[in-house]
Design a protein around this ligand. Sequence first.
Ligand code: APR
Length: 248
Amino acid sequence: MTDDDLTRAADWLRAADRVCVLTGAGVSAESGVPTFRASDGLWEGHRIEDVASPDGFERDPKLVWQFYNARRANARTVEPNPGHLALVALERRWGERFTLVTQNVDGLHRTAGSTNVLEIHGSLHRTRCLGCNRVTDRNIQEDLGDEPACPKCYGQLRPDIVWFGEALPESVWLPSLNAAYGCNVLLVVGTSAVVHPAASLVPIAKRKQPAARVIEVNLTRTEASQMADVGLYGPSGVVLPKLVERLG
Ligand code: APR
């Protein structure tokens, strides 16, 4: 990341009326949450389709719950890092004209203090009942076991997570589209930008008129890099605080 790139990014941000941020697993990496795309195609030793698909859940709900209980246990031990906190500072500056769209299910943006957060892939902090459809906040400290049942109707509970092959809930996806469409700057942080429709927020912001400036923050180039006006390559826990500082 050059000093010039940082200055350009800060200049665009300073001039922006509306700001949208899309985050992925990379923003939580420095907190100790593992990212997804290991080179062997496995997700903590499991095939993705076994633990993150409706079919996988139907085949072996206990395995899926063991996997998500392990992720819940990890989420208990982690804390927001300076990258999350820098995004809180940005929200303070823009208020309601700032939207944070996250693919992360760890809840760390909310723990850090971000409030205008759209969790488009769901949350480890919630369950959904397959019987009565009720979504319930479940304290991350709670051990749910591998066959949790709905406290209201005794139906089967599943994690309130969007799995592969499932549609994103409209209640979070429509405001995300609006935020990407309406922003002057889109900050794309710590995502490989390969999972759609989340990744499509980048072309949506870029192809409208007038196009938004896209700032990418990542360790490496990604599928989104070609559409980025500037790439700030480095750990988000270091780059984002520098960007906030440069904003002044
Ligand atoms: N700072 C910035 N970027 C980082 C850091 C860091 N400290 N560490 C890793 N990264 C980057 C990687 O270079 C990579 O581009 O974060 C990205 C993580 O990519 P993925 O593991 O593919 O995560 P993500 O893009 O969030 O995945 C999207 O896929 O499996 C599904 O639903 C799941 O929400 C997830 C979605």
